[in-house]
Design a protein around this ligand. Structure first.
Ligand code: UDP
Length: 328
């Protein structure tokens, strides 16, 4: 019988793509999701168990039912702006929820844990390319909550031998080229899907958050990575744990940074449509530049991004945007 992997947040954007990749790699992904931001229609590749991370009894029952060989923990609140306004939500759901999940994992005797962390844990580092050794000084509650969970994992490894792979994501974009699943948030806050909405008239105009940053064109710079490449790294991370290679942290980015204005220019070229936008003030909590300077995932996991050019990411997102929405 195929091994089960418990995927928290499997009904969300990245989690649903991870379920597809796990299925293709021969595992059975079991989605555990409370649907606070996810979509039941996105659960297509394995069983669905609706539940909250803070519901320990429900978690224990799901562990007992499937006896997963590993946990992939995607479920989290992930909006930088919101985290600045409602930090308690982030500490309760992300940190409290992860504590409940990690304790349930250990209690069930499962020892392999793959965790979605973020480059937002690094914070501001003047023009430095970020590798895994850079000190973590998050400047928003979202980043702080993820850093706290990283610390928690280290403590649970010391006490209980819970082995973990931590992935610090840069900006995840694009979607399944077959458009079976895709990026769909309500409300949407991410740059590329918002821009596609503006392009086809679903919203009036994109607002650029800040044009006075210390970058060549004044807008923030991010390192965009295709969601399919990102989830491929997770399957490699799972194999890494199954091969007993020990706990490890990996950045997942390409090492190339693009400004908001550059993303707009590429979107115009890929869609062959005008991008209506206006310039607005900075969004609290945004770092000037977040670009990976690490080659560790390539060297150690054998990870090679295949679709992480800006044009492919925008084209894949555009295809999904035009054809596939969960609420239709
Ligand atoms: N951004 C923007 N307008 C928007 C949404 C985002 O200018 O409506 C900018 C944001 O300030 C950041 C970049 O686009 O510099 C990526 O933001 P996103 O929310 O997609 O991801 P984050 O970097 O916050 O994880």
């Amino acid at each position: 019988m195929a091994d089960h992997v418990l995927v928290t947040g499997g009904a969300g954007y990245i989690g649903s793509h991870a379920c597809k990749a796990l299925r293709q790699a021969g595992y059975v992904p079991v989605t555990y999701d409370n649907l606070c931001t996810g979509w039941e229609d996105a659960v297509k590749f394995g069983p669905f168990e609706r539940g909250d991370l803070l519901d320990r009894a429900r978690l224990d029952a799901v562990f007992a039912k499937y006896q997963p060989v590993a946990v992939m923990h995607f479920a989290a609140l992930s909006q930088v702006g919101e985290s600045m306004k409602e930090p308690g939500k982030y500490w309760l759901n992300n940190v409290g929820g992860s504590l409940s999940l990690i304790e349930a994992t250990v209690a069930a005797g499962c020892r392999n844990f793959v965790f979605s962390s973020t480059c937002a844990t690094y914070g501001e580092h003047d023009n430095v390319l970020l590798d895994e050794s850079v000190e973590q000084h998050p400047i928003n509650a979202y980043g702080s909550s993820k850093r706290a969970i990283e610390d928690m994992l280290k403590d649970f490894e010391s006490a209980f031998g819970l082995r973990h792979v931590i992935f610090r994501y840069f900006n995840v974009a694009g979607g399944d080229p077959e458009a079976e699943v895709g990026e769909f948030h309500r409300p949407e806050t991410h740059l590329i899907p918002l821009m596609l909405d503006a392009i086809d008239g679903k919203r009036e105009a994109l607002t650029i958050f800040g044009t006075d940053y210390d970058t060549p064109d004044g807008t923030c710079i991010r390192d965009y990575v295709h969601v399919c490449d990102l989830v491929d790294a997770h399957v490699l991370g799972l194999k890494w744990l199954e091969d007993d290679k020990g706990s490890r942290v990996f950045n997942l980015g390409t090492g190339s940074g693009f400004s908001v204005r550059e993303v707009i220019d590429h979107s115009r070229a890929v869609t062959n449509r005008d991008v209506p936008y206006e310039e607005g003030p900075r969004r609290p909590g945004d770092c000037t530049k977040l670009v990976s300077g690490s080659t560790r995932a390539g060297k150690e996991l054998g990870w090679t991004p295949k679709r992480s050019t800006l044009d492919i990411m925008i084209a894949d997102a555009w295809r999904w945007h035009q054809n596939g929405h969960y609420d239709k």
